[in-house]
Design a binder for this molecule. Structure first.
Ligand code: GDP
Length: 480
């Protein structure tokens, strides 16, 4: 059906939409019925999308949404230039605004980016790396809107580059690649782009959807281009929140300050936080005594996406905890107690291994599913191996298995021992970790034991393949 036909039919009914006039819901329904098309309620779709993105929005917010700045995390392999990039941006885009002002690390900072004569804001989390990102996500927090993956042009894709990409992808966070150190002898940015495309990150120039910017963080070359790209990607994200309501958000950093007592840095994700507000925050609660911005200056309020340091709690909350403003201290206390209780239960559940995804639970789900004619979906896999060659060998063998009931999805395949951040990725994405000829450091082992995650270590490839095949066929008979 062409637009003209629909307009014609509307005109014949005496309705004259002119591109400005909106059709009422009733009219839309009527038109859709006439042309036998399905009505999609855009507002409802938006709510669903937001629920997917786990933004802290309620139905009531929908007609009061306003744009909010993007929150970014910089990730990448060690020594590829994350800190240098953060430092350059902070020095040139934050301190410059207030000469002589000393920036205080509060865990995140606000950056002003001039674009087309207008100043736009974005917010960088101060702890670079996928470890912090993964740890927050494993705790259920979602703060980052865009991930900047830094890859050194003289070194290319390394294990932590792959890990960072896996974390961002699993979180569904859009990726921008900064190809760094282009000033160095031996830098080969085009080679890096080639390699990235071969692992599924297709640059925009080649028809893909991943913006890639070649920079020198040390010299500041093209960093403005990178910031502009960030703002463009942010615009496409349509990041919104309702500033006209009680604040909600996430703790990104917390600790005990000698003079201030318990302090925490919040990223406000919805609403506006004000001095005097009563908050419940993880297992802590209190009344906001003072708010400080990234320059250590007292402020009266903080709106959506804005990082702010807060004092006034009874206790130190944890990074990744959610906070919300409530009506009274009694309610705040009650919420904190409920949260403590919930966490206790969760720890008991994790210890008992309840609710975790395991190969044997998968096998029994498959055989039950077969009998019940159910359709099972997907097994998320994190694969850590000794050498690069093992990745392809194992991956190919696994991919040859018939995937009628269950498809295999590789969240991460990398060389190196199993790390805490692998465990976080597994927790947040309900994945099983397979290790081949790798070890698990003691600290990581106890971390695994405290989480609902299955870690399986192998020394023989076909045993790994057999276990997965049997699980996928509902036949696994494992001695656990
Ligand atoms: P991080 O571990 O990813 O945070 O890496 P750093 O920011 O600490 O950088 C590691 C090293 O690379 C430092 O010696 C930096 O000075 C250097 N470096 C970072 N960016 C550049 C760059 O654009 N060009 C050059 N030549 N060196 C850089």
């Amino acid at each position: 059906t062409s637009e003209g036909e629909i307009l014609g039919s509307l005109y014949s009914k005496g309705i004259k939409p002119d591109g400005v006039q909106k059709l009422s819901k009733e009219m839309v329904k009527m038109v859709c019925k006439e042309y036998e098309v399905e009505v999609i309620d855009a507002a409802a779709v938006r709510v669903e999308e937001m629920a997917k993105k786990k933004e802290m929005l309620d139905d009531d917010d929908l007609d009061k949404l306003e744009e909010r700045p993007p929150v970014l995390t910089i990730m990448g392999h060690v020594d590829h230039g994350k800190t240098t990039l953060l430092d350059y941006i902070r020095k040139t885009k934050v301190a410059a605004a207030e000469a002589g002002g000393i920036t205080q690390g509060i865990g995140a900072y606000k950056v002003q980016v001039p674009i087309d004569g207008k100043t736009q804001t974005c917010v960088f989390l101060d702890t670079p790396g996928h470890e912090a990102f993964g740890a927050m996500r494993a705790r259920g927090a979602r703060v980052t809107d865009i991930a900047v993956i830094v890859v050194a042009a003289d070194d290319g894709i390394r294990p932590q580059t792959s890990e960072a990409i896996a974390h961002a992808k699993a979180a569904g966070v859009p990726i921008i690649v900064a190809i760094n150190k282009i000033d160095k002898d031996g830098a080969n940015p085009d080679r890096v782009i080639q390699d990235l495309s071969s692992i599924g990150l297709m640059p925009e120039d080649w028809g893909g959807d991943i913006p890639m910017v070649k920079i020198s963080a040390l010299k500041g070359e093209n960093v403005d281009d990178l910031l502009e790209t960030i703002m463009l990607v942010a615009e496409l994200q349509e990041l919104k929140a309702n500033p006209h309501r009680n604040a909600k958000g996430t703790v990104i950093e917390a600790g005990l300050d000698k003079s201030k007592g318990p302090v925490a840095t919040f990223i406000v994700q919805n609403g506006t936080l004000r001095r005097g507000d009563v908050i419940a925050c993880g297992e802590a609660f209190g009344k906001v005594r003072a708010l400080f911005d990234g320059k250590g200056k007292r402020v009266d309020e903080a709106g959506p996406s804005i990082p702010v340091q807060v004092i006034g709690f009874n206790n130190v909350p944890l990074a990744g905890d959610e906070f919300e403003v409530v009506n009274s201290l009694d309610i705040a206390r009650e919420k904190a107690e409920l949260r403590a209780e919930y966490l206790r239960d969760e720890r008991i559940t994790a210890k008992a291994g309840d609710g975790k995804i395991t190969l044997s639970s998968l096998a029994s789900a498959v055989s039950a599913g077969k009998n019940a004619g159910l359709d099972l979906h997907q097994l998320n896999i994190i694969l850590k191996v000794d050498v690069q060659g093992s990745i392809e060998a194992i991956r190919q063998a696994l991919q040859m298995l018939p995937q009628d009931n269950i498809t295999l999805k590789f969240l991460l395949q990398a060389t190196g021992d199993v790390s805490a951040s692998d465990v976080d990725l597994a927790v947040a994405s309900k994945a099983i970790i397979f290790g081949f000829n790798v070890r698990t450091p003691g600290s990581v082992k106890s971390y695994v034991d405290n989480k609902s995650v299955e870690l399986r270590l192998y020394k023989v490839i076909y045993e790994l393949i057999d276990d997965v095949r049997n699980a996928m066929e509902g036949l696994l008979d494992l001695v656990e």
